[in-house]
Design a protein around this ligand. Structure first.
Ligand code: NI
Length: 392
């Protein structure tokens, strides 16, 4: 079966490159993936896949029905681009001013379509049912939630996904056990003191000084009260307050981002922060308001599915082309929203050039080695085929 999947994917290579270049030159921003969705729906229909449009606003779902196994497997790829002006010299560079596929979602969409093409050609041999999720708005961490709300995960027993990675060479894949990305939440704290003359601090409540205590204590408390084996980062990226150099500030606003990997740490963060802020404010007579907004949770790859992915990738490419990633990323990824509904795993698809400089994701000169598309298709298609070879 592996040889057949490889042959099918290799035969599709010119078509897949054509698809990828079309999507790359027609990027659309998060939530506005109308043309991409229509294009995806067209390709899916042409290989006999039942298509539902406008799932999760601008998302698309394709369903492929297999022979007997009633376990439904989902493959998720994302379709949106970024508000970046492309500075590559590619002949198929973006023709939308100020919008670029700089995070490789054009490659993801193409790999999703290629996997659909390959699996639909397996026909009779295909053991179970597959749902292809083409998701909008990953860059704003909203699309997965929209898809789930519209029932995209109903009856799904496992879900697979991928993200391109320029620091892994094309032809190789990266597998990660456990946490792959971090939970990312937004934090806003407003500290309210009392204004007064800069020369008479005892008659005022200095919100700037109290804010500085809050920031310092939060950073120190991470090292003294959080488990060091469960990393977290709290960054206050914005601070504003005060009216004049000789007036004690009555109000300061702090805004930041909070990243964490362990689900338990993540669950306790709002209480942990609020206790520190509340105690400091109380000690010095200030009041406060805290707004803690949950972003996406951490992507936690399922053990059994990751083992299955690793084994099938090693069979397909050999051990030296399958890297076990030692570290997670503190970036965020809304694939975690699907994982609240079913176990799944996401791998990193190497797209790096061996002989050329590799720019990072979200860079205006980001490029991919397109040979990686076939690697992605075979890895996904074969892992999914293998999924049905194991008893459910
Ligand atoms: Ni991305």
């Amino acid at each position: 079966m592996l040889a057949r999947i490889k042959d099918l994917a290799e035969a599709l290579k010119p078509r897949l490159i054509e698809i990828r270049r079309h999507i790359h030159s027609h990027p659309e921003l998060s939530g506005q993936e109308y043309e991409t969705a229509a294009y995806v729906a067209g390709v899916l229909s042409s290989c006999g896949i039942v298509v539902q449009k406008a799932i999760g606003k601008t998302g698309v779902i394709g369903e492929l029905v297999g022979r007997t196994d009633d376990r439904l497997v989902a493959i998720r790829t994302d379709m949106d681009a970024l508000p970046i002006t492309e500075r590559t010299k590619l002949e198929f560079a973006s023709c939308q001013a100020g919008i670029m596929h700089a995070c490789g979602h054009d490659v993801h969409t193409t790999v999703g379509l290629g996997t659909a093409m390959v699996l639909s050609q397996l026909g009779e041999v295909l053991p179970g049912n597959i749902r292809f999720l083409f998701q909008p708005a990953e860059e704003i961490a909203q699309g997965a939630g929209w898809m789930v709300e519209d029932g995209a995960m109903n009856d799904v027993s496992a879900i697979f996904s991928l993200h391109v990675f320029p620091s892994i060479p094309a032809g190789s894949v990266g597998i990660r056990y456990g946490a792959l990305t971090a939970a990312a939440d937004d934090l806003e704290i407003i500290i309210m003191g009392e204004s007064g003359h800069g020369a008479r601090p005892h008659e005022a409540i200095d919100a700037i000084w109290i804010a500085s205590q809050v920031i310092t204590t939060l950073q120190q408390a991470i090292s003294r009260t959080q488990n060091p084996l469960r990393p977290m980062v709290l960054t206050i990226g914005q601070i504003s307050g005060g009216r004049a150099p000789n007036v004690i500030a009555d109000q300061v606003k702090l805004s930041g981002t909070v990243r964490s990997l362990h689900p338990e740490t993540h669950a306790n963060l709002p209480d942990w922060i609020e206790k520190i802020v509340g105690n400091i404010c109380q000690t010095y007579g200030a009041s406060y308001q805290m707004n803690y907004r949950r972003g996406v949770p951490s992507v936690q790859n399922d053990l059994a599915l990751t083992q299955l992915l690793e084994a099938s990738a090693k069979e397909a490419w050999g051990s030296d082309r399958v890297q076990i990633l030692p570290e997670p990323s503190l970036g965020a990824e809304d694939f975690s929203v699907y994982l609240q509904k079913a176990p799944g795993t996401m791998f990193r698809l190497g797209v790096g050039f061996r002989e050329k400089q590799n720019y990072p994701l979200h860079h205006p000169q980001f490029e991919v080695d397109e040979s990686a598309i076939v690697t992605g298709v075979v890895t996904l298609a074969y892992a999914i085929y293998q999924y049905w070879q194991k008893p459910g």
